[in-house]
Write a protein that binds this ligand. Structure first.
Ligand SMILES: [Zn+2]
Length: 67
């Protein structure tokens, strides 16, 4: 999920994992400080995604039992 800088629209090589681990970073294009630590919406999407992944993993786990 590429995110453009909200200030200069430079595409930022950030993914949700990076944002959760490093919620504050500096845009390489314009130097604006990007603080994602207050963005609860992003965190919610991240935990939803993580939940989907663990759901998929548990499905495969069940399939493996019958294999
Ligand atoms: Zn920028």
């Amino acid at each position: 999920m590429p995110m453009p800088c909200p200030s200069c629209k430079t595409p930022l090589a950030l993914d949700l994992t990076f944002i959760i681990k490093s919620p504050v970073c500096v845009c390489p294009g314009c130097g604006v400080i990007l603080d994602f630590s207050v963005n609860d919406e992003i965190k919610e999407k991240y935990s939803d995604a993580m939940k989907s992944i663990s759901d998929i993993k548990s499905k495969y786990k069940n399939i493996a039992k019958f294999g």
